[in-house]
Design a protein around this ligand. Structure first.
Ligand code: B12
Length: 218
């Protein structure tokens, strides 16, 4: 059943079939389907939408529509996702999408998954200037900082944010681990921006945060 659900969701998102996708998600979740698998299938669909946009088959409106559909999907799966993830790690994670980038669906998933696992999360939103990350980190004192960004043009602001965070003496003394996340990131980008870790999967991000907190506490 999971394969059929995955195929229907991937194709439905790629075709921007809002009603079909939402009906499939509702039916799948009520039948006990895995919420993480639903999200993974929708992410694949989003990648296909991105490719169609790149190839000129969809316009910007296609990206907007896909974003809306994913948001509605998230609303449906959130309770089931929280129930399956529930854990008791504790730690504070400061999150935000870097300056110049307004993609926030992935960040929203990371936030849900972290909270469900007992993390306190402060989300600064999107298009966040480097100085705002620094100011909030000084006041809130997170254990981990997570920067999200999907655009190639977000890499430079990501780098600048990390440079400023590391240049601030109090924060440098605390040596707070920094994770960058987003579907277009890889090891080269991590090295370029100077982050400690990179990640393009929310659940892997949670495991990484648990591992970091475990090391900090031991
Ligand atoms: C939906 C979408 C939009 C929506 C976003 C809506 C929203 N509220 O987020 C809108 C319409 C606003 C949009 C706008 C644009 N977009 Co757009 N968009 C997409 C699309 C189709 C899907 C993105 C998405 O939500 N994916 C699903 C989520 C769940 O995946 P994710 O973000 O990767 O997140 C997961 C992981 O990466 C991880 N994660 C994410 N963040 C973090 C952070 C941490 C700390 C951790 C641990 C993990 C983590 O967890 C998530 C869950 O597993 C992508 C295509 C793609 N391939 O991704 C293009 C894409 C990202 N967009 C693109 C472009 C070009 C644009 C525009 C410039 C278009 C334009 N001409 O205006 C603008 C830029 C606006 C801006 N200044 O930011 C390009 C970027 C190309 C590039 N390399 O730079 C892409 C790749 C499409 C393409 N193939 O051309 N977009």
């Amino acid at each position: 059943m999971q394969d059929a659900l995955t195929a229907a969701l991937r194709g439905g998102i790629a075709d921007l079939d809002e009603e079909g996708v939402l009906a499939t998600v509702r039916a799948g979740i009520s039948a006990g389907g895995d919420p993480a698998a639903v999200i993974a299938a929708c992410e694949e669909g989003m990648r296909l939408v991105g490719e169609q946009y790149q190839g000129g088959d969809y316009y910007l409106s296609g990206l907007i529509m896909a974003g809306e559909i994913f948001r509605e999907v998230l609303e449906i799966v959130q309770p089931a996702l929280e129930a399956t993830l529930a854990g008791n790690a504790s730690g504070r994670v400061l999150l935000g999408t870097v300056k110049g980038d307004i993609h926030d669906i992935g960040k929203a998933i990371v936030q849900i998954a972290l909270r469900a696992n007992g993390f306190a999360v402060e989300d600064l939103g999107v298009d966040v200037p480097p100085e705002v990350f620094v100011a909030k980190a000084l006041v809130w004192r997170p254990d981990i900082i997570g920067l999200s960004g999907l655009l190639t043009t977000a890499y430079e602001p990501m780098r600048e944010t990390i440079r400023l965070l590391r240049a601030q003496p109090d924060l440098a003394a605390a040596s707070i681990p920094i994770i960058v996340g987003g579907g277009t990131l890889n090891e080269q980008v991590r090295a370029f921006v100077g982050a400690d870790y990179w990640c393009n999967d929310a659940l892997e991000g949670v495991r990484l945060c648990q591992h970091i907190i475990g090391n900090l506490r031991s």
